[in-house]
Design a protein around this ligand. Structure first.
Ligand code: GLN
Ligand code: ZN
Length: 782
């Protein structure tokens, strides 16, 4: 006789197998369907998810993991943290208010910098909440805004409603909440120096009321997510956490709390997590397997341990036998009722079902597990624990066979790449001469004016460009015609840039679907899916590339486009590449090699491209590292290791050229305060960064740190359709001159222009060139 072992998912993707949620939202936003249609579509998705989990052996089935847009936004709405600009006056929060918070009240303005960095705001209407990355995932949440005067009131019963909705279907379920610590810590305070954690005492009554309502509705357990426990907490935050959970436990003594931690080890907060009077604790054993021993050792005997053993952040089939090796002793010690089997974190971050992929190579497909495959893995582990391994022997054998097939596959292992990796020497990690020497040689060769003007790479991806691409993809536009169309766009962009007097040109990136995908599609070791969408934010989903094997570059990827553009230009055209760290951070990465090693392989591939561009005659090559900073580990203690290899990879890819070749890099941010040494250590000859929105305030890091190389702090906010005046940009440049020498400064926009319209870009860049000319005159006169 076996006793059941609980199986949890902690949360599942909301978007639907066929992106039903996106369709429903967009059709509601464009007023093609009603609120009722949207609500019905959402309910269908929830029901399908509940049934799917039940059928695949999940027993702790989550509710309230669903969201129309974002779970942090839902939480803000639930507790009535709704900034006054939305005109909410208490009571139920309407869909319109909800979506105004999500997207602004101006409708469909969603320009983003590469991968969803910011919302576009028009001149009128109400601005959306800010959006930022959820921990170190590529999911973006809406940042709650708090003021010192903040008050809270229970303004939505969504968790209770969805609990009852599932219950009515006969599904015993466990509501999921964002915990009060995480909610406040991830919020933003409008007053500087005010830590929203100070609002905890005011917030608690709302959570308490909600827990009482859930208990009254019949909930037995509630899952409360506190991923903030994987961050470095300050002592008063730790105290706040303990205070909060003592209160929650008292509020509804019959409701059991599963305290859910993930994305890393509890570290210094382990004792605090074990000290609070909750009934269960979930720990991430994929990111932090080493914490298991301490948790088992120190936990109260009656604490239910939820063991996060299947990777909720990646897409590879689990190694079931080795997971069992890890958890069998725990099961033996705690008993069936004392443990639960779960993914490391909610399955929100993985695609839904690998069976939808019909075009994937069959070996690769057999190595992958998306959300529903992971549910089965979890059930298998629980089955093995309850009834012995023999009861699921075939599944364990299949798991072992999968791993063996990956390990020995010729598509994974490329001896040439492995050989090159072994040969990366110190000489490959640095330029031949120092920047001082390079700068002289480059100046002599390039003969640029002071304050040279350039752009970041892309020009508007107009409806026409996107249409041509999709027609070509569908086979409705021949390769020849598509190529001719792209050439025409590129030629026009070159002509126009020369006309308005930009000093350093770009080809415009019309041929690129995405700055990572474009390269991934041409590299060995990468695969692309058809349906493996994951939510980036709201109704924006992405299909990250899958890096499954050793990476190499069989053929040049950008050289022909650069050559074509340069052949039409009298001024230098920059070669334009995406850097290894960014490619890595925006992909699903193989888990049989360390991330740093995978990144080094990509660096070698990009290095080959850099060398080929130089051979073809490129004098300047830009390698974008938009995602370098966002890859920073959650805990400070881990930063140095990451930055060391990230910088090293950039140096590997950029050091194969002669001193005269100018290497540029670009980053879509400038909060460099804590990583400025690493940025300098990349040793790019020129870096362009985003600064215009902060009026150069973000350049504070450069006040104390003398950035040694050349730099282009963005003077044109490309997130807005607004055309900046000459004077505005000239003013920003004057501010920049307070931080940098005249001989260091470049003049450029904040980021690529692909999300803008030509009508906005044309006057803005004309003004930018005029601002640079003004500056040249003042500088000469001085
Ligand atoms: N070169 C890219 C572009 O201009 C850079 C994009 C980015 O930094 N996100 O589009
Ligand atoms: Zn950018």
């Amino acid at each position: 006789m076996s006793s059941q072992i609980s199986v949890a998912t902690l949360g599942v993707p909301r978007i639907g197998r066929h992106r039903e949620l996106k369709l429903a939202l967009e059709s509601y936003w464009s007023r093609k369907s009603s609120a009722t249609d949207l609500i019905d579509a959402a309910k269908k998705l929830r029901v399908a998810n509940w049934l799917e989990q039940r059928d695949r052996g999940v027993t702790a089935i989550p509710s309230n993991d669903f969201s129309l847009y974002d779970h942090m936004l839902d939480t803000a709405v639930m507790v009535g943290a709704i900034p006054s600009r939305y005109g909410w006056s208490g009571g139920n929060v309407s869909l319109d208010t909800y979506f105004a918070m999500a997207r602004g009240s101006q409708g469909d303005a969603e320009a983003n910098c590469g991968h969803a960095h910011a919302h576009d705001q028009g001149h009128h209407g109400v601005t959306a909440l800010e959006m930022t990355k959820w921990f170190d995932t590529n999911y973006h949440y809406m940042v709650p805004e708090f003021s010192t005067e903040q008050s809270f009131v229970l303004s939505s019963t969504k968790p209770v409603d969805e609990f009852l909705e599932a219950k009515a279907l006969g599904i015993h379920n466990r509501p999921v909440l964002v915990g009060p610590l995480t909610f406040l810590k991830l919020g933003k305070s409008l007053e500087t120096g005010f830590n929203p954690i100070a609002l905890l005492a005011k917030l608690m009554p709302v959570y308490e009321e909600l827990l009482r309502k859930l208990a009254a509705a019949g909930a037995e357990w509630v899952q409360i997510d506190e991923p903030a426990l994987a961050l470095d907490l300050i002592p008063n935050e730790r105290e706040a956490f303990k205070f909060a959970y003592r209160r929650l436990a008292q509020a509804a003594p019959d409701l059991k709390i599963m305290l859910n931690t993930y994305f890393g080890a509890l570290g210094a907060d382990l004792d605090a997590a074990l000290a609070v009077p909750v009934h269960g604790l979930h720990i991430d054993l994929v990111r932090a397997p080493d914490q298991l021993a301490a948790v088992v050792e120190k936990a109260r005997p009656d604490l239910v341990l939820s063991l996060g053993v299947v990777d909720g952040r990646n897409i590879w089939r689990a190694n079931l036998p080795s997971i069992l090796d890890m958890v069998e002793p725990v099961a033996a010690r705690e008993g069936a009722a004392g443990i639960e089997i779960a993914p490391s974190c909610s399955l929100l971050h993985v695609p839904i079902d690998v069976e939808l992929e019909r075009a994937l190579e069959s070996d690769l497909k057999s190595w992958l597990a998306f959300a529903v495959q992971k549910m089965e893995e979890l059930a298998t582990i629980a089955g093995a624990l309850a009834d012995g391994r023999a009861s699921v022997q075939a599944k364990l054998d299949a798991s072992a066979a999968t791993l063996a097939s990956r390990a020995s596959s010729l598509t994974v292992n490329d001896p040439l790449v492995q050989g090159r990796m072994a040969e990366i020497g110190e000489g490959m990690k640095k330029r031949k001469s120092s920047f001082a020497v390079r700068r002289r040689l480059q100046a002599a060769k390039l003969r640029l004016p002071a304050f040279p003007t350039t752009t970041i790479g892309s020009f508007p991806q107009t409806a026409e460009v996107r249409k041509a691409r999709s027609k070509h993809a569908k086979g409705e536009l021949s390769y020849m015609d598509y190529d001719a169309f792209l050439k025409k766009e590129t030629a026009a962009a070159i002509r126009w840039q020369e006309e308005i007097g930009l000093d350093v040109l770009v080809h415009g990136e019309f041929e690129r679907n995405d700055m990572v995908q474009y390269f991934g599609e041409q590299l060995s070791g990468f695969a692309f899916t058809q349906h493996a969408w994951v939510q980036s934010y709201g109704s924006r989903y992405v299909r990250p590339p899958v890096i499954f094997g050793d990476v190499s570059r069989p053929n040049p990827m950008t050289v022909a486009w650069w050559q074509y553009a340069q052949s039409l230009a009298s001024r230098p055209v920059k070669g334009m590449l995406t850097g290894p760290v960014t490619i890595l951070n925006w992909s699903f990465v193989r888990n049989d090699l360390s991330r740093s090693e995978v990144c080094r392989q990509i660096a070698l591939a990009i290095r080959d491209e850099v060398v080929d561009l130089e051979k073809a005659g490129a004098k300047m090559i830009q390698i974008d590292e938009a995602a370098l900073r966002e890859g920073l580990p959650l805990r400070k203690a881990d930063w140095k290791t990451y930055l060391d290899w990230a910088v090293e990879c950039f140096r590997i890819c950029s050091s194969g050229v002669v001193d005269e070749t100018q290497i540029h890099t670009h980053m879509c941010y400038s909060e460099f305060n804590q990583i400025i040494d690493a940025i300098a250590a990349m040793d790019a000859d020129v870096i362009s960064i985003e600064t215009s929105r902060s009026r150069m305030e973000l350049l504070d890091a450069f006040k104390s740190f003398k950035y040694p190389n050349e730099i282009g702090p963005g003077v044109y906010d490309i997130h807005s359709p607004r055309v900046p005046e000459v004077g505005e940009m000239a003013d920003l440049l004057i501010l920049a001159r307070e931080r940098f020498g005249d001989d260091q400064l470049w003049v450029n926009p904040d980021c690529g222009l692909k999300t803008r319209k030509w009508e906005e870009v044309r006057p803005a860049l004309v003004n930018m060139v005029a601002a640079a000319r003004q500056l040249r005159q003042t500088a000469e006169a001085a």
